[in-house]
Structure formats: C-alpha cells, structure tokens
Ligand binder design. Structure first.
Ligand SMILES: *Cc1c(COP(=O)(O)O)cnc(C)c1O
Length: 499
C-alpha cells in the first residue's frame, strides 16, 4: 500500500517518501510523518535466517513505497557493505544477562552510521526520481556523532555539498578530530560558540529563511537535512530493532512472540522513536525505556507531562545526548494528539515562545509504553567501571547511561523481561572519560595513548576510524558565533558576493 507523508504542523499537503527525503524538513517547520505506520508483512519467524540487508529491505520497502525494488536494494547494498567491520552489521553481545545491540561498527563508530551510510544513496535516488536539477546542500547541526557520520557519507558524493555546525566546546576530542580532518572539497565544518541547541536552532532557521532560499535557488542550490528530522534517517533505524528481535529468536534467546524490552540512550529522540515504530509494526516490544543523562528534560516530561527546556544546559561525558530540545519528540506528540497537526503546532509554538508546553491527560495515557529515567555523571562512570570489572566489557559513556537507567528500571519494577540495550557508540570515541571511569590513573595519558591502553584492557583492536585520524592533518579550522551561521554558509556557497 502506498504511504504518503505529511507535516506534523499541517496535514493538508502530502508528499511521497522521496520528496520528504529530499526536503528534509517541511516548509512550515514541521517534521514529515507517514500517514500510518505499516505492519510487517513477514512474521518474526519468517524473517529468521535473513541477513541485515534482507531485513532492511523488508522493513524499508514498507515506508519508501515510491522506490522501486531495484532502487532500494541498490541503496541497501551500497550502504551496508565492508564499511562495517562486522558481517552482521549490528552484532549482539550478551553481558550480565542483557543484550547489547552494537550499532557502532560502521565507518565513524557511532550508531549514526546505521542511517547515514544509506541516507546519501536514498537522497541521490530521490533527486533522480523527482528530476531535481539543483545541487543538494546538506545542512547539519551535530552534538558530535551525526557530523562525522554525515561527512563520511556525503564526502565526494556528486551533486551534493555538506555543511556541519558543531558546538566548539561541546564534543569529545576524538569527535572533534574526526570532523576537522574530513577530506573532500564538498565538505565544510564549523565550530560555533554555543551549545548543540544553538546549532540546531540556527540550522532550523536557515532552513526557514526565505531570502536565503531565494539566493540559493538562483545559484542552483537547495538545502536538505541529514539530521534525524529527515525521515530518511528514521526509517533505516527501525530496521535494527526488527533485526535484533529476529536474531534473539534465531538463537533461542526468546520464544516466538515473547516480549522484549528496549533501552535507548536518548538525545534528539530519533533512535527511540524508531523503536516505537518497530513496536507498532508488530515487533513484540514491551517497554521502551528512555535513558537520559543530566539533561533530563525527557525524564521530567514522562513523569509530569510537561516539557520544559528552561533549565541549565549541562556538558556531560555523553555529549551526543546533551540536548534540551529533542526534535523527534514532535513526531510522538503529533501521534498522541490523535494525528492532530493543529494541536501539535500549538504546542510547538508554545515551546518556541516560552520554552515549554504541557500535554493533556488524554495524551499522557498514550505514553504507557514509555519509561523514562536518567543517570548522573557519577552513576555513569560507576556503570562503566562495574561492567568492566564484572564482564570485561567496555561500554562507551552513552551506552553506560542506558545501562545505568536499565538497572534503575529493574529496581523500580522488578520486571525481568529479556532486554536489549542500544549500544550507540564505540568506547574508542570517548576514550578519556571511559578510561578515567575505570581508573583515575589514566588521566595523565594523551588521547592516543589512551586509545592503545583501551585496546589492551578491553582486548579489542583499535577501530579503523581511530587509526585514520591519528596522524591526519586538520583541514577545517572555522569557528564562528552562533549569530554568524548564515554568513558562514553564504561564504562557503559563494553567495556572499552580491550581498
Ligand atoms: C546521537 C546519539 C545518541 C542519541 O540518539 P537520538 O536519536 O538523538 O536520541 C545517543 N548516543 C550516541 C553515541 C549518539 O551519537
């Protein structure tokens, strides 16, 4: 059945999947949502034995209904290839009786690779299908991991340029080095004086800037987004939740139909929303456990029904979750408002005007699938140390937040359901915080000494992504104020001459 997409703020206009991918964000500032969540056509049992790529096709074809079989299979095989360092693409490791779904085996060792290795292919295919003549300019704000994953995906891709803004003091040293060493004439990386929310807001307002859009059109350019607001990122993320269940079933870790719980370390709410979509497609998922760090806006929201970003922004050891405005939550709000774009638009207007909104009791009753909690810095560090000592398994800081929140969930509920924790980054990306959590003595070492030390104690080879940047020269050294983002974009695109 064909699926069309409409904006969470205006259900009037409908677009195809390829048009939604190409645009990224709707003109009214809303996010594209499918008119319904499709049910899986094959049962979990029927999916057993399939590869990651085959399951990806079974899931994605239900959303991207205007792609032909050839087009979609071609995108999938180009994305999920030897760029991943394991054949399974998303292997599952058991530790302390819980299953860690390792989503960090792609080229930039964070879960963003799962979607960003396929997005460029989906985007180029979408441009062809819609006879789009303009060059596509990917404009992205990053809390650390999206930036590099998007750069790696789009570098050198003909017909595209990519611009990445990151918070200058808000990412890990390894994350920053990964971005500023990115090669490719079509890439542009800028650190801003501000936090991730400033970067994200700046990017959103550039998307909605009619003057800039006019100048770009004249120059044969158009923006699109590689952030998780793009439906072309959300859909590939649904795949690994289906895959995880199928693999547990294959290995006899769950019986057919048995429920599992899923824990997701959350920032922009994209990954956990994908799990929610998977549940609604028919994967036997019970609770969706939303794990936050000290920026616990989502925890407060689940407890009180009030979303309130008016609070201090904290820089933590899990920077990819340092977010106060979780963009993808809007897709959930729209749904629990009864797919009511007007109601959702009112709440989002309140959010941008006052920094907060409150949902109705009726809407709250539809959040029963979710459980929210958070872990502070000390709890996160302790979790890394304990896991290492108990199981010899080294967690990154984000996954450690999820693992700590899972322990709180079990203590609160005594729920012993089989649980999958989304493991979103390799510990090599956050080496200093990880190693310091294990033993304070490591603080004296340099970043790359720590890499080698981690490889030794964790008994894992240093990933390629790290070897690549060890000696790489810095090619991007742009820094600007959060108010100067537009000027930076115009400079890179060569649009500043006429103004
Ligand atoms: C982006 C990211 C998250 C948060 O994912 P969202 O989809 O934004 O909720 C968690 N962990 C890591 C390592 C990330 O890169």
């Amino acid at each position: 059945m064909e699926i069309l997409y409409s904006s969470t703020r205006d259900s009037g206009k409908k677009v195809t999947a390829s048009q939604a991918i190409l645009k990224g964000l709707s003109d009214d500032g809303g996010l594209f949502v499918p008119d319904h969540i499709p049910a899986l056509e094959l049962s979990m049992r029927e999916l057993t034995g399939m590869s990651y790529q085959e399951i990806a096709y079974e899931v994605m074809r239900l959303y991207l209904t205007d792609f032909t079989e050839d087009e979609l299979k071609n995108c999938i095989s180009r994305a999920y290839d030897s760029k991943f360092d394991t054949k399974e693409i998303a292997p599952i490791t058991e530790a302390e009786g819980t299953y860690y779904l390792e989503l960090f085996h792609g080229s930039t060792i964070a879960f963003k690779d799962m979607a960003l290795s396929i997005l460029p292919h989906l985007m180029i295919t979408s441009a062809k299908k819609n006879h789009a003549e303009n060059e596509i300019v990917i404009l992205t704000a990053t809390s650390g991991d999206t930036g590099k994953a998007a750069l790696a995906g789009f570098a050198g891709v003909e017909g595209t340029k990519i611009i990445v803004f990151y918070p200058k003091n808000g990412v890990s040293p390894i994350q920053e080095k990964q971005m500023v060493t990115q090669k490719g004439d079509n890439t542009f990386v800028v650190g801003i004086h501000g936090n991730f929310d400033d970067a994200q807001n700046g990017v959103k307002s550039l998307f909605n800037d009619p003057e800039l859009a006019g100048e770009m059109a004249e120059a044969g350019l158009q923006f699109s987004s590689a952030n998780s607001i793009n439906i072309g990122r959300l859909v590939p993320q649904v795949v690994y939740y289906v895959y995880a269940y199928v693999k547990l079933l294959e290995r006899g870790k769950v019986k057919d139909g048995e429920m599992i719980n899923v824990v997701v370390p959350t920032g922009n709410f994209g990954n956990i929303l994908a799990a929610f979509y998977a549940k609604n497609m028919g994967v036997p998922i019970g609770k969706l456990i939303c794990a936050s760090n000290e920026n616990k806006v989502l925890y407060d929201f689940f407890v009180t029904g009030r979303y309130d970003r008016n609070r201090e922004f904290k820089l933590t050891s899990s920077p990819s979750m340092d977010i106060l405005i979780s963009s993808n939550l809007e897709r959930l709000i729209y749904r629990i408002a009864g797919n009511d774009a007007k109601k959702n638009a009112e709440l989002m207007a309140a959010l941008s005007r006052t920094g907060s909104y409150e949902i109705t009791e009726q809407m709250r009753t539809q959040l029963a699938d979710f459980y929210g909690n958070y872990a502070d810095e000390q709890e996160t560090a302790k979790r890394i140390k304990d896991m290492y000592e108990n199981a010899g398994y080294v967690l990154d800081t984000h996954t450690a937040v999820a693992s700590a929140v899972y322990q709180k969930y079990v203590a609160d509920t005594k729920d012993e359901t089989v649980t999958v924790i989304a493991s979103t980054a390799s510990p090599f990306k956050f080496t200093r915080n990880v190693m310091n959590a294990i033993d304070a003595k490591y603080d004296a070492m340099s970043d790359f000494e720590l890499v080698d030390e981690l490889s030794g104690i964790g008994k894992v080879a240093v990933p390629n992504a790290i070897e690549e940047i060890r000696m790489a020269p810095i090619v991007h050294d742009n820094v600007c104020d959060k108010t100067e983002m537009k000027a930076a974009v115009k400079r890179f695109l060569g649009l500043d001459s006429q103004s």
